[in-house]
Design a protein around this ligand. Structure first.
Ligand code: 16G
Ligand code: MG
Length: 542
């Protein structure tokens, strides 16, 4: 390492004083103006990680669903997964190091991880449409080059597209071609084949309204439209030409406010969906004839997908297991439906894609979704091989099911949850099964629920266990929650410190909206009292 050069460049990316940086659930995320040095240093770290794994590493500049003024960065590991946990710690350490300690920290990481500094390094970079993203990605490049790494800057990409590129490059093209055309071709080919199979069963022309959160998803869907031929017509809203990124629109807004985004005209019973700012989340919805809004969240998406995959496996007749992975935020009705009606085993992990992804890898087919619309399905190598073999050999019913499954495997971006890929899978399933959005919604009825945030002096005073469903500290909090939950029917509540904001999150569900609201409020008060609430006491009403 040329420390002279590193220092010379590093001082041009000075760390602001008095701020703490934390590689959280999905990387660093804060006001864009504080992030320049973090970007430079993540460029350095990506080079070390690339040398250590002898693979291409990705760096994505985005703050996903956060406001436009924020930005963030995360590293993507060789097979398109999230960065390994101990490297998250190095990232935090490097981001917080004072200028004079940089050398020591870099040497420390290299020694601990036995990084061969002579090894070549290659880093790929992508960014979202935030005004700050271009300059910040230049700082990443500065970090990469000063450590002697090679790079390819893909420019504007969705987060899942960057994961795809990393995965393609590290599997010598087996997963697909590491170009934007390669991505469109892989997904559209699978989708078009699936819709051909569907049209034989007499389905009509399909159209879908998509709210793109004024983000990158709009640009990429526009590019992709040409590849989809007649299979699906998408009508884009909040495409970034007028509105502000994630402002009153996008998947996070729709899910948390449980109402349609602004800037989209919805006629009754029209099928609509929303992406988030970097297009790795998706939720569906429609308004019924009475004007009532119906949200179809990640739980219902997981239900549709896992039920369909299970049906295909029955046709194929192979003894393969399907598991669904959720978080504590999954609606109780979805868990009950999956376990009791679908007879699919359901597992609960901590919030954050990496936790769900990890668990889902344990199954032949692991479907994981967060209620907020973040998710995908993973297929083991054995399943992939078996399905390919059957699809090639057989022309009967079993062969047809195998062909459908093969295309679904190709369609899912298995490297990461991908709103575009998920949308195409969902559209294909609805077409193949001739299901309307209302029929899909009617699989089960969500329990009314409410999410709230509470400000506390130090969110670390709350620690949890049992996949975040039980609070361990502060003492007395879990007992208080248990007593409150007992007052309501079909009720459940939990609290957890956010990994992306300086707040405690509260979730409650119950048999009616009034009960869910009231339970959430009472739990918020308990958090405020027992966990050092600051500012105004939580007030009832929303
Ligand atoms: C991040 C996570 C998302 C999770 C959310 C929770 C990834 C790629 N993203 O956005 O999965 O739902 O954080 O935020 O893992 P919270 O900790 O603030 O509730
Ligand atoms: Mg996102």
């Amino acid at each position: 390492m040329d420390f002279g050069a590193i220092t010379k460049h590093s001082v041009l990316h000075a760390k602001p004083s008095g701020l703490l940086f934390q590689y959280g659930t999905a990387g660093f995320r804060m006001k864009a103006e504080h992030l320049d040095h973090v970007m430079f240093r993540m460029g350095l770290l990506a080079v070390l990680r690339s040398k250590q794994t002898k693979s291409t590493i990705g760096v994505m500049v985005t703050a996903s669903h956060n406001p436009e003024e924020d930005n963030g960065v995360k590293l993507v590991d060789p097979l398109g997964e999230m960065l390994a946990p101990c490297w998250e710690e190095y990232a935090t350490c490097l981001a917080n190091a004072e200028e004079e300690d940089m050398q020591r920290v870099l040497i420390d990481i290299s020694e601990k991880e036995a990084v061969d500094l002579q090894q070549d390094a290659f880093v790929v970079i992508g960014r979202d449409t935030r005004p700050s993203s271009e300059k910040l990605s230049q700082s990443v490049i500065d970090g990469v080059t000063v450590l002697g790494g090679q790079f390819h800057d893909y420019g504007l990409l969705t987060t899942p597209q960057l994961h795809y590129m990393v995965c393609c490059r590290n599997t010598s093209g087996q997963y697909g071609m590491a170009t934007i055309e390669g991505y469109y071709q892989k997904l559209s080919k699978a989708f078009v084949e699936l819709t051909k199979q569907a049209s034989r069963s007499g389905d009509e022309f399909r159209s879908l309204k998509v709210d793109c959160a004024n983000g990158i998803g709009a640009l990429k869907l526009k590019e992709m439209e040409n590849y989809l031929s007649q299979g699906l017509s998408v009508q884009l809203f909040n495409d970034g030409t007028k509105g502000k990124l994630n402002h009153l629109c996008g998947a996070d807004f729709v899910k948390s406010h449980q109402k349609p985004p602004q800037g989209m005209e919805i006629k009754s019973n029209e099928r609509c969906c929303s992406f988030d700012g970097d297009a790795d989340r998706i939720v569906y919805y429609y308004c019924d004839a009475d004007g009532h809004f119906h949200l179809i969240d990640g739980d219902k998406i997981a239900t549709l997908i896992s039920s369909f995959l299970k049906e295909l496996l029955v046709e194929i007749g192979e003894n393969l297991n399907v598991g669904v992975v959720q978080t504590a935020y999954a609606n109780g009705s979805s868990t009950r439906y999956l376990e009791e009606v679908m007879k699919v085993p359901v597992y609960c992990t901590k919030t954050g894609v990496k936790h769900l992804h990890h668990k889902a890898q344990e199954f032949d087919i692991g479907v994981y979704f967060e209620a907020n619309g973040h998710g995908t399905a993973l297929f083991s190598k054995a399943v992939e091989d078996k399905v390919k073999q059957l699809a090639g050999e057989l022309e009967d019913k079993k062969g047809k099911a195998a062909k459908i499954l093969r295309n679904i495997i190709d369609l899912f971006n298995q490297a990461a949850g991908d709103a575009i890929a998920d949308m195409l899978v969902i559209e294909a399933i609805l077409a193949l099964k001739s299901l309307t959005v209302q029929q899909w919604d009617a699989l089960y009825t969500d329990l009314p629920n409410r999410q709230l945030k509470v400000k506390v002096a130090d969110r670390k005073v709350i620690s949890t266990t049992d996949a975040e469903r039980q609070a361990v500290t502060p003492p007395g909090l879990q007992e208080a929650i248990n007593d409150l939950v007992k007052k309501y029917r079909l009720s459940r509540a939990f609290v957890r410190p956010s990994g992306t904001e300086d707040v405690i999150r509260v979730y409650a569900e119950a048999d009616s909206q009034e009960s869910a609201d009231s339970l959430a409020h009472e739990v918020s008060l308990a958090v405020f009292q027992l966990a050092g609430g600051i500012g105004e006491r939580p007030q009832p009403g929303f």
